[in-house]
Ligand binder design. Structure first.
Ligand code: I3P
Length: 126
């Protein structure tokens, strides 16, 4: 009946190993420690696991929730200042925590950048 329908498809990404470093929490700077992490993009959050086995185990155990971050209110952008590494994506949460995600392969990290940014932008619009 003449209405406009808008459809937005949020992308979910299956687990992949990325290098991750948390550089601040609640506005307080942390010592950077890069670790290889199994990262999953759920509809509204990023989930962090040690490896794919830990993802499977966490999903099996009731009451067991993974380490992760809410993407509502988060900002995702490329950074050249926060690391000497190439292909570094910075994610800042609404509570002022900052994470870096990195992969040597540009195609890999660029896929995560696009999907995370799209989710964060969509959720933050309210
Ligand atoms: C850090 C380590 C990180 C490096 C960081 C160093 O030293 O070398 O790899 O980050 O640089 O401080 P340490 O192991 O002694 O803590 P990048 O690899 O991202 O450059 P930064 O202090 O400039 O962040």
């Amino acid at each position: 009946t003449g209405g406009t329908s808008l459809s937005i498809t949020l992308v979910v990404l299956n687990g992949e190993y990325l290098n991750k470093a948390k550089i601040s929490e609640g506005g307080k700077k942390l010592r950077k420690n890069w670790t290889s992490t199994w990262v999953v993009l759920d509809t509204d959050k990023l989930l962090f696991y040690k490896d794919s086995k830990q993802e499977a185990l966490t999903n099996l155990k009731p009451g067991c929730s993974p380490d992760g971050m809410d993407l509502c209110g988060a900002v995702a952008e490329w950074t050249m200042e926060k690391s000497s590494r190439k292909n570094v994506l910075q994610i800042t949460t609404s509570s002022g925590s900052e994470f870096l995600l990195q992969a040597d392969n540009y195609h890999t990290i660029s896929k995560w950048h696009d999907a995370i940014k799209r989710t964060a932008d969509y959720l933050s619009k309210g």
